[in-house]
Design a protein around this ligand. Sequence first.
Ligand SMILES: *Cc1c(COP(=O)(O)O)cnc(C)c1O
Length: 342
Amino acid sequence: MRPIDLRSDTVTRPSPEMRAAMASAEVGDDVLDHDPTLARLEDRVAELLGMEAALWVPSGCMGNLIALMLHLKRGDRFLAPAQAHVLGSELGTVAWLAGGMPEALPWEGGPGRPAPTQVTKAAGSPGPYYTLRTTLLCLENTHNFAGGTVTPPEEHRALVIAAKAAKLVVHLDGARLWHAAAALSAPLSALSEGVDTVQVCLSKGLGAPMGSLLCGSKPALAEARRLRKMLGGGIRQGGVMGAAGLVALDYLPRIAEDHAKTRRLAEGLRGFGLAAPVPETNILLVPVPDAAVALAALDSAGVRALPVGSAIRFIPHRDVAMADIEEALRRIEPLAHLLREV
Ligand SMILES: *Cc1c(COP(=O)(O)O)cnc(C)c1O
């Protein structure tokens, strides 16, 4: 049986068009001179996000890590929404490499986000020399483990205002910022307004085999380039990947199609009596009685998903068509009782 792989939007394969662009990319030595194709990609993404400059990095984790290494000193504390990717899914590098003491903020502002008053309160006021200094707020839009939830521009702005009033630097983990912008029909720059740095992924939903961009001011990124080299992320003829990234950006106008596939999947599963919420973007978290039982059943039917706590996560993407979602629903229907909460 042909598997329908909904584990992540990272399982996409480079399209023939992307491979052709990679094969014919204009390249140079990015460590020595700045590769021309990477430079084009960086300019394009900086402009999309309304930021001064951008730096290509091999992964989202490295982008976030470089940002937090830039902003944090040992003895600093930083704030992030509970279950943020930087807190639980980056092997603690924010603590042991960037040197920050994390503080998770519960989601009082909505799913995946704190309220501005929480930021003000958690930032507190400077204490005696022997206390931690709270210096940074790390936001995440969309919030992955809240189920791809979106922070709208007004709330983003209010969080940034609260952070700045408390003298905090703001980093935005925007691995799927594209999805937030598509869901809101808002420009990307409205969702990165006021932040010091933002990281976006080309390998999440857009189809590139690798690559993220860290955006910020020119001086911040000059320092970020040093940190990238320090972490072993200085690459030579990066234009091969830059070309893939430029083609990946062509998918931006089509992201709404992936949201429609996700809504259809959720609706179908609700029809079988499952507790699927209405998804905001391309991530669907379905609570199940036993994740291992549910995954084994799905696997036997050729539908692949991942466990997230006591839920199953499905992420439709560009390499599955709406017809594949209908096929997945046909395969799931006979075993839906194994996924239903009692
Ligand atoms: C995937 C992801 C990252 C990390 O990206 P990688 O390219 O896998 O290193 C960071 N933040 C969020 C919210 C993500 O979903």
